[in-house]
Design a protein. Structure first.
Length: 295
């Protein structure tokens, strides 16, 4: 609720059970052109805009997915990227959708690449906004301190250190849904802090974050290990999907040089620079969607 209005009355909360017994959940809103949407980390099926006017104006059916260990989606310890790519294909099968436009941000970015690599016939065109790339040793210092330390640990497969690093922000999130984010983003660019003060953005982020941690922080740990380790289950050179990658030079969650290096390895990718930090895509979603839907 914000200003006495139920922001989610138009959203369907859906799930299916995979052959291995895991539950995979997602939300769906709208009935027009299908858009498969992969949220950032830590995120959930409720990582959707409180202000959905950019979606309504473009008559979209937006399917926002949830990775293992977040929200109502069953944890899958040791997972990498391929497993969720297959989950996404199963969701499309369940909904009777053959091909879709695909978009993902931040920690959802690598999962966009995995889906495009393993299920190319299901993607019309794809967009990644401020996606997480593999990071070199000299790039960790460009990240906010928590990310730098956690992804260094993930590179080494050090789960115990990741759990210790996440303890304080997790406890802050349990006390207040945005408490952990505010704790770790203190050194973020001014543009990110400005977005974080927006009451409508906060309303959506509060619900998304509360649901992301509904089953604890295991999903966050698993995802960090998957993203920060070797991407051995994705052949980047095999991706032939039309792909636009939006990224800001001042992004301190996902360093620009690392993103640029990854984009140069993708045969069909185009880089579009943003002017600010990690949360700028929220303010430019209409423009980003128009570019995606034009391909």
């Amino acid at each position: 609720m914000i200003f006495g209005v139920d922001l989610y009355a138009d959203v369907a909360d859906e799930e299916l059970v995979r052959p291995d017994g895991r539950t995979v959940a997602w939300t769906r809103t709208g009935a027009g052109t299908p858009l498969l949407r992969l949220p950032g980390t830590p995120g959930s099926r409720w990582s959707i805009r409180a202000d959905r006017s950019p979606w309504l104006q473009r008559d979209l059916q937006v399917i926002t997915t949830e990775r293992p260990g977040f929200g109502r989606s069953t944890r899958l310890p040791g997972r990498k990227l391929r497993e969720h790519a297959d989950d996404l294909a199963a969701i499309l099968d369940h909904l009777g959708l053959d091909r879709v436009h695909l978009i993902g941000g931040s920690g959802g970015g690598p999962h966009v690449l995995a889906f495009a690599a393993h299920h190319p016939d299901r993607v019309i065109a794809a967009t990644i906004a401020v996606g997480f790339p593999p990071v070199n040793d000299n790039e960790y210092e460009q990240m906010i301190p928590l990310n730098a330390a956690a992804f260094r640990a993930a590179r080494d497969g050090d789960e115990a250190t990741i759990r210790e690093l996440f303890k304080a922000p997790y406890e802050a999130t349990m006390a207040s849904p945005l408490g952990g984010l505010e704790l770790v983003m203190k050194t973020a660019p001014a543009s990110d802090l400005e977005v974080m003060r927006d009451p409508v953005w906060r309303a959506g982020q509060e619900k998304a974050t509360a649901e992301a941690f509904a089953a604890g922080m295991d999903g966050w740990v698993d995802e960090t290990l998957a993203l920060g380790g070797e991407w051995t289950d994705v052949d980047l050179s095999a991706i032939r999907t039309s792909l636009t990658w939006w990224h800001g030079r001042t992004d301190r969650n996902c360093p620009f040089p690392a993103a640029e290096r990854l984009i140069n390895k993708l045969p069909t990718a185009t880089l579009r620079e943003l002017g600010a930090g990690h949360f700028e895509p929220y303010q430019r979603e209409g423009e980003i969607l128009d570019e995606l839907l034009s391909r």
